[in-house]
Design a protein around this ligand. Structure first.
Ligand code: PBG
Length: 337
């Protein structure tokens, strides 16, 4: 008989499985935890009363008129979700080349913020600063005769938009446009107008991603954008060093929090950002990520609750402080049951 290569009295000094053997020790050694405190719920608002429109490419997500939005906000608050991110969806008639509607004090976003803050002062309200809901071409900024998105002229409009949000009572303005220098310009504008405590969540590392498709359906910018793209301002998915430069600039310019977007395919960027800067780091599990998880769940291919909670925990492990996710409400429910 062949001699055994392992001595009979050999035992591994470390058995990693010992700690995994029972639930109590798995719980004790758990390094990261997900709670409702980590979640931000994006919400789409439309004009009208008692109106709810489902978004075809995002089953379970609807555009809501303000009265229904307030009810939704109330239930999110009751589930312990600290904040919502508001996205207005306006008629084609309100879209233009100069995107004036973006800073209308009586605009849909501004009215919604006022109503939300009046009803639920303790709910954090985050607004999107970018022109795409309001431009007739669906770009995030103003364009020149060749269709190029012009930077500094756009920043001037973004400042007016951000100020109108702050005046309406927004707690956090979140520029998602990727123009150069906009964080500094918005910070100066807010300070100069008595809004020194309005926070800025900078979409610093926002990639030119194809995972935004369903969102563009939801806000109705997809048709306007047509075959256009955002490659001249959003980042190339191939790059990581460039994201660190973007974040460094936004922090220098006065950002309070930085965002990485999309989320799951960019967990490496989240980890790098957290390690290099150690600042409040947020991520956006975007519409395409939601659509993928939802479609697989609806087909019975994945266990929705398990994969969603796993995906959100992965954001925490990567270094995220908070996560924008269309699953916020469900996740908060699952976490409390
Ligand atoms: C636009 C904006 C986008 C998203 C948030 N703000 C889309 C884009 O840049 O085209 C995407 C969110 C999502 O996909 O869930 N300023």
């Amino acid at each position: 008989m062949e001699k055994m290569s392992r001595p009979k009295d050999f035992f591994p000094a470390t058995r990693m499985r010992r700690m995994r053997y029972q639930a109590f020790s798995r719980r004790l050694m758990r390094e990261n935890r997900l709670s409702a405190d980590d979640l931000i719920c994006p919400l789409f608002v439309i004009e009208g009363q008692n109106r709810q429109e489902s978004v075809a490419s995002m089953p379970g997500v609807s555009r809501l008129s303000l009265d229904l939005l307030l009810k939704e906000a109330e239930s999110l608050l009751a589930l312990g979700i600290p904040a919502i991110a508001l996205f207005p969806v306006v008629d084609a008639a309100q879209k233009s080349l100069d995107a004036d509607e973006a800073f209308n004090p009586e605009g849909l976003a501004q009215r919604s913020v006022r109503a939300l803050k009046a009803a639920f002062p303790e709910l954090g309200v985050i607004t999107d600063v970018a022109l795409d809901p309001f431009t007739s071409h669906g770009q995030d900024g103003l364009i020149d005769a060749r269709g190029y998105v012009v930077n500094d002229e756009t920043v001037a409009v973004l400042c007016k938009q951000a100020l109108s949000h702050a005046e309406a009572g927004a707690d956090i303005v979140a520029p998602s446009d990727m123009m150069d220098g906009r964080i500094g310009a918005i910070r100066q504008t807010l300070e100069a107008n008595g809004h020194g405590n309005t926070r800025i969540l900078a979409y610093s590392a926002k990639y030119a991603s194809s995972f935004y498709g369903p969102f563009r359906d939801a806000v109705g910018s997809a048709g306007n954008l047509g075959s256009g793209n955002k490659y001249s301002y959003q980042m190339d998915p191939a790059n990581s060093d460039e994201a660190m430069r973007e974040i460094a600039l936004d922090l220098q310019e006065g950002a309070d929090m930085i965002m990485v977007k999309p989320g799951m395919p960019y967990l490496d960027i989240i980890r790098r950002a957290k390690t290099e800067f150690g600042v409040p780091t947020f991520a956006y599990q975007v519409s395409g990520e939601y659509a993928m998880l939802k479609a697989a769940a609806q087909n019975g291919w994945l266990d929705e609750r398990q994969v969603v909670l796993e995906s959100l925990l992965a954001f925490k492990r990567a270094g995220c402080d908070a996560i924008l996710t269309y699953y916020a409400k469900n996740a908060a429910r699952w976490l409390s049951s």
